[in-house]
Design a binder for this molecule. Structure first.
Ligand SMILES: [Fe+2]
Length: 338
């Protein structure tokens, strides 16, 4: 399996060098079937029943497919429970709990993505206000609307590769502040507005975290350059809000070009895993008042490093409320019974 050797991902600052990148995009899979959805992004994986006791060979191939295709899809995983999903997730790394969204009751690391609690309908990368924002997210569909409710992902690596040279040079030099004070899911739905408002207030106020990331991150496993942007962006370092907004739109528009995007129509039991270091995603809010429920586990990433070797830097980290005693269920948050 030497072809498959994947560099260690330190949770600490780590400056990637070419020597680290044992990732071989031409590797031929022995244990899983990988069918790309598009050339740039997305692949459907078959021949795997996800579980906490998968062999290391299968897990290595899943990780490889994730690096290569950025988001991978598994159909028919109805056998998974939240706890079995967590057990599988732990094979990919250390689960990372969200600092301001309570976990689902009865679980250790699971977020309930429930349309009664809000809808993540703008482009983002998960939790980029953290310095060690997730390297991967694992989302399992539980309830699918009859119509609509798809998710789309964009490849931020091919977006960088497609920039004209002058914009690459500019991007390489920029650093951006990300914060939880801007909330992508802050779009209520009338029938559940009370839940939504409460959840999103907690999201913004339980912690106040700002981290400065390089706009261009060197991916620690593939060595590819990838853009770090999305909805938690606040401003570019050294630029005012007007210039920041113009440049944000410029780079964000490159990321979300149709050619960088894959769209997934969910069925119950589908699991999507994305490389959160090389993608953005958003839900499509086109299913009216119907219910959509999914379970998500995120895996801790390492600290990003720019093309100049400079790591990301925490600017602000204030904890206003301990959410460890809170739980969520059906879009509502309540105090844990003990
Ligand atoms: Fe998300």
């Amino acid at each position: 399996m030497s072809q498959l050797a994947i560099a260690n991902t330190d949770v600490h600052t780590h400056i990637p060098s070419h020597a680290d990148h044992a990732y071989n995009p031409e590797y031929q899979y022995q244990h899983i079937q990988v069918n790309p959805v598009t050339v740039r992004i997305g692949a459907e994986i078959s021949g795997v029943k996800l579980a906490g006791d998968l062999s290391s060979d299968v897990v290595s191939e899943i990780q490889h497919a994730l690096l290569k295709h950025k988001v991978i899809f598994f159909r028919g995983q109805q056998h998974l429970t939240d706890l079995e999903q967590e057990a599988f997730a732990s094979l990919l790394g250390n689960p990372l709990n969200h600092p301001s969204v309570p976990i689902k009751d009865g679980t250790a690391h699971t977020l309930s993505i429930d349309s009664r609690g809000g809808r993540a309908d703008s482009w983002h990368t998960d939790i980029t206000f953290l310095p060690n924002y997730p390297k991967a997210s694992i989302l399992r569909n539980v309830v699918t609307p009859d119509v609509g409710g798809d998710t789309v992902w964009a490849n931020t690596t091919s977006a960088y590769a497609g920039l004209p040279p002058v914009l690459k040079t500019l991007a390489d030099s920029l650093r951006a502040v990300h914060t939880n004070a801007y909330d992508y899911a802050d779009h209520g739905v009338p029938h559940h507005a009370e839940n939504t408002v409460e959840n999103r207030k907690l999201f913004r106020t339980a912690v106040e975290i700002e981290t400065e990331h390089p706009l261009v991150r060197v991916h620690p496993e593939t060595g590819e350059k990838t853009l770090v942007l999305g909805h938690f962006f606040k401003r570019f370092s050294g630029l005012n809000s007007t210039d920041s907004r113009y440049l944000f739109e410029e780079f964000q528009n490159h990321i979300t070009q149709w050619e960088n995007i894959v769209r997934w129509r969910w069925a119950v039991g589908d699991v999507a895993i994305w490389d959160n270091r090389a993608t953005q995603h958003r839900a499509i809010n086109d299913y009216g008042d119907a219910l959509r429920v999914a379970s998500r586990v995120t895996i801790e990433g390492d600290i990003p490093v720019g093309v100049d070797g400079r790591p990301s830097q925490v600017i602000k980290n204030v904890k206003n409320q301990d959410i460890s005693n809170l739980r969520s269920e059906e879009g509502r948050i309540y105090e844990k019974a003990s």
